[in-house]
Design a protein around this ligand. Structure first.
Ligand code: ADP
Ligand code: MG
Length: 321
């Protein structure tokens, strides 16, 4: 595609890192992996109308395309370094690229992440970002490793992004004077990857996953990979006051259990370590809440406040469902 679009991307996302030997402009990037580190890599694709609603601003799309990938690195306990961007769009749209690059760069800069290359093609609006990060050898957090007796924790609040999507799809007749809808839509469009929490969990958490498809689905991945079951208490699920004010209890609970796109970290940790770990995460500005425990068995069970078991037949976003 037009070369000036690539120049536009390069100008807006310039980030100096001395480990980028060859960046945007050649046939491939050449990168110096620091001695004594392992490389963690991930890729995620956003398709318009599937992963973000039509009408999402270019800057929000740019932020989110990177955020969902950084969230995967956070879940592994890795520190981000480099990214590749494959951008497919219906026409060579400089205004879109400028907005996109601005949102992308706003998140990339504080994390010293360098965009080192990519591909630009014509087609339905689709964005793939690949990220590369470092982790000390053997210290990556995985989904396997949770053990019976571990506590289950989650950072931040759950269900906000699902409520944000609901807000986008049901525009109000009056203004958003309270700002609550705006808060939820921001949580949908500008998720915060929990990178500092992820690195702090190295050597502490026994398993970790980021909540992209909904708590039930993603905690279910930890259970499957670890060969254990989880028991969650509905009353303990952290929910924002915006979510609770705009939705009844049943809907708020459903969003918190099954809503996707929150990009919080869900992790397990030996019960004796919980308080100390929570204090450490709070010092990083990332509160974490204990929501249940790991037991023998399989699957995720949810208990209501009266001790009864909740039916959870909708396990979150199923791909291709
Ligand atoms: P080639 O034909 O050799 O694959 P391209 O013309 O596709 O090269 O790209 C030229 C340079 O611009 C390459 O270094 C490539 O990595 C970079 N590039 C292309 N598209 C993007 C993009 N969307 N974001 C970042 N870099 C890009
Ligand atoms: Mg080439």
């Amino acid at each position: 595609m037009e070369f000036d679009l690539i120049e536009l991307i390069r100008r807006h996302t310039a980030q100096a890192r001395d480990d980028v030997r060859v960046g945007i402009g050649d046939d491939a990037a050449v990168l110096a992996v620091p001695a004594g580190q392992e490389l963690a890599v991930a890729i995620d694709t956003l398709v318009e109308g599937v992963h973000f609603p039509r009408g999402t601003t270019p800057a929000d799309i740019g932020w989110k395309a990177l955020a969902v990938n950084l969230s995967d690195l956070a879940a592994m306990g890795a520190s981000p370094a480099w990214a590749l961007l494959a951008l497919t769009m219906p026409s060579a749209d400089a205004a879109f690229v400028e907005g996109f690059a601005e949102g992308f760069a706003k998140l990339a800069q504080p994390h010293r992440l360098a965009l080192v290359g990519g591909d630009t093609t014509r087609g339905p609006l689709t964005i793939s970002v690949a990220v590369h990060g470092f982790v000390p050898p053997g210290h990556a957090l995985t989904r396997a490793g949770a053990r019976a007796g571990d506590a289950v924790l989650v950072t931040g609040t759950l269900g906000d992004a699902a409520a944000g999507l609901h807000a986008v799809q049901h525009p109000p007749r009056d203004d958003d004077r309270t700002g609550l809808r705006g808060f939820l839509i921001e949580r949908l469009n500008r998720p915060t990857p929990r990178l500092a929490a992820g690195t702090a969990l190295r050597g502490q958490a026994t398993a970790c996953v980021d909540v992209s498809d909904g708590l039930l689905a993603d905690l279910g991945h930890i259970c499957t990979a670890s060969g254990v079951a989880a028991e969650i208490e509905a009353a303990l699920l952290p929910r924002s006051s915006a979510l609770l004010e705009l939705h009844d209890d049943t809907t708020a609970l459903h969003f918190a259990l099954s809503g996707g796109d929150d990009y919080e970290l869900c992790f397990t940790v030996p019960a004796a370590r919980v308080a100390e770990l929570q204090a450490g995460l709070a010092r990083l500005g990332c509160g974490a809440t204990k929501i249940g425990r790991i037991v023998e068995g399989e699957g995720v069970r949810v208990r209501a406040a009266d001790g009864s078991r909740l039916a959870t037949d909708r396990p979150g976003w199923e791909h291709f469902a």
